[in-house]
Design a protein around this ligand. Structure first.
Ligand SMILES: [Zn+2]
Length: 410
């Protein structure tokens, strides 16, 4: 097999960041009648470019396959809608947007964010690749076109609707395989005096927080501010400001403008870049070591589960998040070590986790089975879930989180 090439600069990707082996797509939950069929596994081998330092997963699965009928509806999460509302308030204040302005959001989902701009009387347009979700947005009165953004689509949309004063791309930038063409699409959409706002999970937080279960096939690029600047620069955009957010374990929100109009970047840009440099993110060598951390986390979890099995202790899971599947597949954990998991989403009940074939049951199953341990897979929500499981814990079941380090909760 030939060495994959960097999606930013074209250099051969010869350095590994972390190799998690083979995994099926993390949202491909199985029905009972699919268990006896074959299942496609793809590599989860994340590499770093020795030239531009972009940490990336080659596009093993075509994006069209992942996103064309993507089932996630942002409005299902109250906290996410509220986050979008605060963003809109901030953007309106920063940019002085009013009823003469035009806002475009890329990957606008069901209009969870644009409902806030429309409520302010601002002309708004969504671009959403999944046709079924774009239809939901249009039905709600949020104008949305169903397209994959690239430079050509950006130019077409700008011709039809006019240049945008604000282009928003939240939590999509890291999820597009051709990130440079996507960035050129953003440049094509934005007015010469407009601004582009992008939210990305921050690589520095992924490393520091050991968020290795946020590595999955749909997550193509693992970005620092430095590499984000480099990608945007290739598209004629310059980062002039940055904010650090707590979402997704730690994210960056960058504000960029067309390079020919760029002013000096804010002090926050210099501050975040300096912190990244201290964390080793400005050299290839500084990225080494993450693979060892991941291996240690895996060893601890498997050791714990095997020990439980030898003692005859039953371990069940809590939650069936996509990210749990990266962890379970990487660790090779199947139903012999984790009997079943539970989830509050009724659509998942009676289904099985991809790859590991662990059954998903309703939360009441924990009360029926009374396992000795419950492994909390969405471990970032440990406080909230521990509170929900307090009665179970009071009756003797112990709660365990796998990350950032294996811990039986006190
Ligand atoms: Zn590169």
């Amino acid at each position: 097999m030939s060495t994959p090439l960097c999606r930013l600069c074209g250099t051969e990707l010869e350095v590994t960041f972390v190799d998690l082996g083979m995994s099926p797509p993390c949202e491909s939950f199985l029905a009972a009648d699919e268990l006896d069929q074959g299942e496609t596994f793809y590599p989860l081998h994340v590499r770093i470019c020795s030239e531009c330092l972009l940490v990336q997963l080659p596009a093993y699965i075509p994006a069209e396959e992942i996103f064309s009928d993507y089932a996630y509806f942002s409005s299902y999460s109250d906290s996410w809608v509220a986050h979008a509302g605060r963003f809109v308030e901030d953007a309106i204040a920063r940019r002085g947007l009013d009823d003469s302005s035009f806002v475009v959001e890329v990957a606008s989902n069901d209009g969870y964010l644009l409902q806030h701009t429309i409520a302010k009387g601002i002309r708004s347009l969504g671009i959403e690749p999944a046709a079924n979700i774009a239809q939901v947005a249009n039905d709600k009165g949020i104008p949305t076109v169903s397209r994959f953004l690239g430079e050509a689509v950006g130019k077409t949309v700008a011709q039809e609707h006019g240049p945008a004063d604000l282009v928003v791309a939240n939590n999509v930038f890291a999820h597009v395989p051709d990130i440079v063409d996507f960035a050129k699409g953003l440049r094509a959409l934005v007015a010469d005096d407009g601004v582009v706002s992008i939210e990305i999970p921050h690589l520095q937080r992924l490393i520091e927080g050991r968020l290795y279960d946020t590595i999955y096939h749909e997550h193509f690029s693992y970005l620092s501010l430095l590499t984000t600047q480099r990608v945007l620069a290739a598209a004629g955009l310059t980062v002039v400001d940055v904010q650090e957010l707590t979402t997704h374990g730690g994210s960056l929100r960058t504000w960029s403008v067309p390079t020919e109009r760029a002013t000096a970047p804010s002090d926050d840009v210099a501050r975040v870049l300096a912190a990244e440099e201290r964390a080793g993110l400005h050299t290839v060598e500084g990225h080494q070591g993450f693979a060892d951390v991941v291996a240690a986390v895996r060893d601890d979890l498997i050791e714990f589960l095997i020990d439980c099995r030898r003692k005859g202790a039953v371990v069940a899971g809590y939650g069936a998040p996509g990210k749990g599947n990266t962890l379970l597949n990487h660790c090779g954990i199947r139903s012999d070590l984790l009997s079943f998991t539970v989830d509050r989403n009724p659509h998942k009940h009676g289904h099985f986790l991809p790859g590991t074939h662990i059954p998903i049951r309703p939360p009441e199953a924990l009360d029926e089975e009374r396992p000795d341990y419950v492994l909390i897979l969405p471990w970032n929500l440990r406080e909230e879930i521990a509170a929900q499981l307090a009665p179970l814990k009071a009756s003797g079941t112990q709660l365990v989180v796998p990350l950032p380090a294996l811990e039986v909760l006190p």
